[in-house]
Design a binder for this molecule. Sequence first.
Ligand code: ADP
Ligand code: MG
Length: 305
Amino acid sequence: MPSEFEIIRRYFSRPARNALLGVGDDAALLQPEAGAVLAVSTDLLLEGRHFARGAQPRSLGHKALAVNLSDMAAMGATPRWATLGLALPAADEDWIAAFAEGFYALAARFGVDLVGGDTTRGPLCICVTILGEVPANLALLRGGARPGDDIWVSGELGGAAYALHGAGGAAAARRLHEPEPRVELGERLRGIASAAIDVSDGFAQDLGHVLERSGVGAVVHYALLPKFAIDDPALEQRCVLAGGDDYELAFTAPQAARAEIEALSGSLRIALARVGSIQGGETKLQLLDVKGKPMAHAAGFDHFA
Ligand code: ADP
Ligand code: MG
């Protein structure tokens, strides 16, 4: 079995292109661009909680980075560096090689360097910290939504949760195991969106965070939400409104930005649906059905609920 140091050297020491110093010393050295601030975020993936035992290591490598890239997208930040904390039950080299493959393949697509981490024996746990850059004052916050703004959603909702039900075939499985972070969209929304969040714990709950931070309410038309094809209507509602793991962006923008956002959708080839509007008054999400009647909606995911 390889030692801890051999694992790091063999699998996690690819040269860093955007760092003064990457893996191999006591710390990495990073130089942000002039005028940029750092956006920093961490996500933990735990076996038995975020993924099932026996999950494909290549997909896990992809997903561990993808969920962090999604947080950069939601801030309008350009991801640049990542660190990887890894607890492994055993030094299974096939597993580690496939995991590293999935991680580095996605990292390369977005120009992200793996610059450090920690490796230990233990119950399988993957903790990625991502560092990105955004011009000072252009970060997309949750608190910027204003009455009259439109509410937009990228891609489609519910596919990942549908896959968790064992349905939806390869397309849904891909949404769950290999989500595509909306990094370019987040970057291009700088200066356009008034607020943004990534949909990781269910649309209704995540939009609720924006409403709370912004001190506003919202009306959303269920029929306008972009949905993964699910044939059971009750299950569709649960997956679309309260399913986790979509990693789409929900954002708000002034009505004056409609044409610009539609053009962006065309140039990035990402569907962007206008699903409702921000209201003054009570901090509450009103969800309306096709007839304009209020709909009840289930709560999103909460680890402690
Ligand atoms: P230290 O004991 O000083 O923390 P380590 O032996 O834990 O150093 O790590 C050696 C080097 O390898 C450090 O640069 C660290 O950031 C890096 N490293 C350790 N584990 C990983 C990993 N899973 N992915 C990337 N870099 C790692
Ligand atoms: Mg260490």
